[in-house]
Design a protein around this ligand. Structure first.
Ligand code: SF4
Length: 456
C-alpha cells in the first residue's frame, strides 16, 4: 500500500496589520508530528514563512521578527467602514500557486487557523486549494475553528472540522479516508514528547518552542483555559533535546518560548531546562513574546535568564488597579512586578530592556485606570506594551461584553479585531484609546532616552 500522506497548510493572515514575532504554526506542527508517528508522510506549505518567500524586505534586518509582505485586497463588508487598508499577509498568490505545482497531489489537506478575525485569509487559502486539488479532502482545525465552529463550517466549508485538540481527531479522520483501522483506545488525545518536524522548513533561523500546554491561571479575558483545559508541562529532557537538535543540526540560534506559563513550577521545569542548556554550552538568544509571571522571577532565575541569553522579556502586569488584577487571576501584584524588575536589574538587565503587558478596553475599565498604569510603568523605568482587549467566546470577558451589548452570539468574528476596539463606548471612545497609545509611545521614548543617558 502507498504510504498515506497529508499536506499541512498554514494559511494567509487577513488583517489591517500583521507582524511576525518568531511565529510558526505550532498546533499544525504538533499534529504533523503525531501523524508522522502513526506512519503518515508530511508535506508543508507555510504561507507565513517569511524566510521562504523572502518578499517582506525585512528578513535580514530582524531575524525571526519583521513585517510580512502585504497584498492589498478589498475590505470585507463587515469592516468596510474602517479607514485602513486590508490585506492578505505572507506569500503572494503566485508564490502559493508555484508551491502547489511542486508538490504531489495530496488526498487530504490539513489547514490550521489562528485568530478568529483572520478567517478571510483561511477562506482565500482554501478557495485556491479547492481549485487546485478538487478531489482532496480539506480538514480544518485551529483556534478559529474551535471558537467559531458554526461560522467556520458555513464560511470555509471544510469536508471535516476539528474543534479542540487535533492530534487524535485528525488521525481518525485520515485513517477513515485511507481505510486504516487501529485501536484508538490506546492512543492519547495528543503527545507533546519529541521534536516537531522542523525539517519540513527549507530554511529556518528562529524557532518558537513550547515547553508546556495550557495555563494554570484563568483570566477573565483569555481563551487558553478553554482551548487547553489542562496545564501540562513537557519532560525536561524532551525540551532540551529538541533545542539541542535545532542548535546542532539546523544551526538555529534564536528561540522564542511561546508558553503561557513558562515559569510555573520553575524549580522542576524552566530552571533545570536552562541549567541543562548552559551545561551544553548553548550560545543562543531566547525571547519570551508572551507575558511572564513576574512573581516567579527571583534572584536565581533572573541570573540564569541573563546567563542563558534571554533578550526579549515581557512581563504580564495588565493593570495596577486591584479590580483588574483580580480579573487577571491576581497573577501579579505591583510588589511582584517591582521585585522582578529589581532582580532583573541586579542580574545585569537595563530596566528599559523589560516590557510590561498592559490591557486596555475591558468592559468597565476607565481611561484614568489605564493612564495611571502606563505612567506607573514608565516611572519604574520599564517599557509599556498596550494590548487592546478583544472579547473571545467561552470566556467571562465575552459574557460580560455580551451582557453590555458589545458582542452577540452570531456576530461576524471580523468585528472582534482588536484594532477596532470592540468595547469602545461613549465614556471611553476610540480617540481615547489612541491617546493612550500615544502616551505609552511618548513615555517609552523618554524611558529609553534617559536609560541611554545613564549608560553614556
Ligand atoms: S495567565 Fe495568561 S495565558 Fe494564563 S489565563 Fe491568564 S492571560 Fe491566559
Amino acid at each position: 500500500m502507498k504510504t498515506p500522506s497529508v499536506l499541512l497548510i498554514n494559511p494567509w493572515i487577513a488583517d489591517f496589520a500583521a507582524y511576525d514575532l518568531w511565529a510558526k504554526p505550532l498546533g499544525l506542527l504538533y499534529i504533523g508530528k503525531f501523524l508522522r508517528n502513526y506512519g503518515y508522510e508530511l508535506q508543508l506549505i507555510d504561507l507565513m514563512d517569511r524566510l521562504k518567500w523572502n518578499n517582506s524586505g525585512s528578513v535580514m534586518n530582524h531575524p525571526g521578527r519583521g513585517k510580512y509582505h502585504k497584498t492589498i485586497v478589498p475590505k470585507p463588508e463587515a469592516v468596510v467602514h474602517v479607514p485602513r487598508r486590508f490585506g492578505l499577509y505572507g506569500a503572494t498568490k503566485e508564490q502559493f500557486l508555484s508551491a502547489l505545482q511542486n508538490i504531489d497531489p495530496p488526498p487530504a489537506i490539513l489547514v490550521t487557523s489562528h485568530m478568529s478575525y483572520w478567517y478571510p485569509g483561511v477562506a482565500a487559502t482554501v478557495k485556491i486549494l479547492r481549485e487546485y486539488f478538487p478531489s482532496a479532502k480539506i480538514i480544518l482545525g485551529g483556534i478559529y475553528a474551535t471558537l467559531f465552529p458554526e461560522h467556520a463550517r458555513q464560511n470555509i466549508k471544510p469536508d471535516f472540522l476539528i474543534s479542540g485538540y487535533g492530534e487524535k481527531k485528525a488521525l481518525q479522520i485520515l485513517d477513515s479516508l485511507f481505510g486504516i483501522s487501529r485501536d484508538y483506545s490506546i492512543i492519547p488525545d495528543f503527545d507533546d514528547s519529541g521534536r516537531l518536524p522542523w525539517e519540513l522548513y527549507p530554511k529556518i533561523e528562529s524557532v518558537p518552542i513550547l515547553t508546556s500546554r495550557g495555563c494554570p491561571m484563568n483570566c477573565d479575558y483569555c481563551a487558553t483555559p478553554f482551548l487547553n483545559p489542562a496545564f501540562k508541562q513537557r519532560k525536561i529532557r524532551s525540551v532540551v533535546t529538541e533545542i539541542l537538535w535545532l542548535y546542532e543540526q539546523l544551526n538555529v540560534r534564536r528561540f522564542a518560548f511561546y508558553d503561557d506559563a513558562l515559569f510555573t513550577n520553575k524549580e522542576h521545569h524552566i530552571i533545570p531546562i536552562l541549567e541543562s542548556l548552559s551545561r551544553h554550552g548553548i550560545k543562543a538568544e531566547f525571547h519570551t513574546p508572551n507575558g511572564l509571571f513576574a512573581r516567579e522571577i527571583d534572584g536565581v532565575l533572573a541570573v540564569l535568564m541573563k546567563q542563558t541569553g534571554f533578550r526579549t522579556i515581557r512581563l504580564s502586569l495588565e493593570s495596577i488597579i486591584p479590580k483588574w488584577q483580580k480579573a487577571s487571576t491576581e497573577k501579579v501584584s505591583t510588589d511582584h512586578f517591582e521585585q522582578a524588575l529589581q532582580n532583573l536589574a541586579n542580574a545585569g538587565y537595563q530596566r528599559s530592556d523589560i516590557e510590561a503587558y498592559l490591557i486596555m478596553g475591558l468592559p468597565g475599565q476607565t481611561f484614568i485606570e489605564v493612564e495611571k498604569t502606563i505612567r506607573y510603568v514608565a516611572q519604574k523605568g520599564a517599557i509599556s506594551r498596550l494590548a487592546s482587549f478583544t472579547p473571545i467566546p467561552h470566556t467571562r470577558g465575552w459574557e460580560k461584553a455580551r451582557a453590555e451589548g458589545y458582542v452577540w452570539d452570531e456576530m461576524d468574528p471580523l468585528l472582534t479585531n482588536n484594532t477596532l476596539y470592540p468595547c469602545a463606548s461613549a465614556d471611553f471612545p476610540v480617540e481615547k484609546f489612541m491617546e493612550l497609545r500615544r502616551l505609552s509611545n511618548n513615555l517609552n521614548e523618554l524611558v529609553r532616552k534617559s536609560s541611554k543617558k545613564e549608560n553614556a
